[in-house]
Write a protein that binds this ligand. Structure first.
Ligand code: COS
Length: 380
């Protein structure tokens, strides 16, 4: 961990923080209120190569490692959860290609991703959420083509992204072993999008259904072997659940800072409310839990980078722990601010709404516990 966590990561944190405070934070409230895409954040991240920093420099990206990507997402989430989904979704959508795509596919898509075209991930369906292998979307081989039909639900940045990794059944009789991954482009015939979901939080990030109506693509859009898609989807989540932990960490950090500052400004009974032990204990607990979540998240990121055998356990643990911490911290931050916390003059109510989603997506925290329990044997 020490070897990987050097000064350059702190320098990266400071530069992303400065960018986020100057170019992203000023729009966070209005983006949330109007449920609009955070275009200013996208412009700021794209112009500094942070929107898809994980893309290898060979393909025009920054080649940010897992820990650097976590720090980028954390710092953006500290001021705006919705904006932090830009780098997080780009990594999630493109990771199957990075892990299992061939060189031609990488040369075709990764430079476009680095140059600002988004990449989304299409796994979930209306009847296949936690039970992802129960998906009904199917891909049928016709000569050298695949015809994909079905629909995918709760797809982050749908409509904004140009590219979609779509998981589809290619042999329903085989269950999880009959699923294959494909790259679908927004402009492919038969691709369309549903209305934006009206969400509790993360309102700046479009979430829509993706409809696939006999989308016909050639076999060179298949990622990896036929039937390898479910394992690839799970392997992808092993790496990207850490980015959700990072997002949660950033949201919690942002709420903690607002609550601490407020506790020194707000006076009741003739003194700062910080002077009351009841408030001090809440802030101390927030700081303690954030520090613990950060250690777990960064260790999981290092394990992701090194491909260590207990990654599956650690990524689920980091996601589960950090997102539960974010929910608790943001709820307590609202409590510290009292009536002011409950209205949108301060950002903590938005942060509390955003935190809730982190406990649900990329696998509910109940699924994370299932994953951890199945991988206890990987621990040293
Ligand atoms: N890495 C590589 N391969 C994996 C894997 C991993 N982490 N997890 C599973 N696989 C492969 C294995 O090959 C396994 O086959 P074997 O039995 O031969 O080992 C196959 O996939 C099926 O795995 P499993 O039997 O564990 O699948 P389940 O249907 O029981 O599903 C859970 C397990 C619940 C953990 C999985 O469906 C899941 O993570 N669900 C949540 C999905 C999710 O996160 N959705 C959010 C939307 S994505 S943003």
């Amino acid at each position: 961990m020490e070897a990987l966590f050097g000064d350059e990561y702190e320098a990266l944190r400071m530069s992303v923080r400065a960018l986020a405070e100057k170019k992203i934070a000023p729009f966070a409230k209005e983006v949330d209120e109007n449920s609009r895409f955070p275009q200013e954040a996208f412009n700021a991240l794209q112009s500094t190569d942070l929107a898809a920093a994980h893309v290898d420099s060979k393909y025009g990206g920054q080649g940010a490692d897992s820990l650097a990507t976590v720090i980028i997402i954390e710092e953006v989430a500290r001021v705006c959860g919705s904006s932090s989904l830009i780098p997080a979704v780009n990594k999630l959508g493109s990771l199957p290609l990075i892990l299992a795509g061939n060189e031609e596919q990488k040369k075709k898509y990764l430079p476009q991703l680095a140059s600002g075209k988004g990449f989304s991930y299409c796994l979930s369906e209306s009847e296949a959420g936690s039970d992802a292998a129960a998906m009904k979307t199917k891909a049928v081989k016709q000569d050298n083509n695949w015809v994909i039909s079905g629909s995918k639900k709760w797809i982050s940045n749908a409509g904004f992204s140009d590219f979609y990794t779509v998981l589809a059944q290619t042999d329903p009789a085989l269950g999880a072993k009959g699923i294959t991954a494909f790259i679908v482009e927004k402009t492919d015939g038969g691709v369309s999008f549903g209305a934006h979901e009206k969400k509790m939080g993360f309102r700046g990030s479009p979430t829509c259904e993706v409809y696939l109506d006999n989308v016909t693509i050639s076999d060179d859009r298949r990622i990896g072997a036929v039937g390898s898609g479910f394992a690839l989807a799970m392997q992808t989540l092993d790496h990207t659940r850490i980015t959700i932990a990072a997002q949660a960490l950033g949201i919690a950090q942002g709420a903690f800072e607002v609550a601490t500052k407020y506790s020194h400004e707000r006076k009741q009974f003739g003194r700062e409310i910080f002077d009351f032990q009841g408030v001090q204990f809440m802030l101390a607990d927030m700081a303690m839990n954030i520090a613990a979540a950060r250690q777990l998240t960064y260790s999981a990121a290092v394990k992701s980078e090194r491909g260590e055998k207990d990654l599956t356990f650690f990524s689920a643990a980091a996601k589960c722990f950090a997102t539960d911490v974010a929910m608790k911290v943001t709820t307590d931050a609202v409590q510290v601010l009292g009536g002011y916390g409950y209205v949108s003059d301060y950002p903590v109510e938005r942060m509390m709404r955003d935190a809730k989603l982190t406990q649900i997506y990329e696998g509910t925290n109940q699924v994370q516990r299932v994953v951890m329990a199945r991988h206890l044997g990987d621990l040293n």
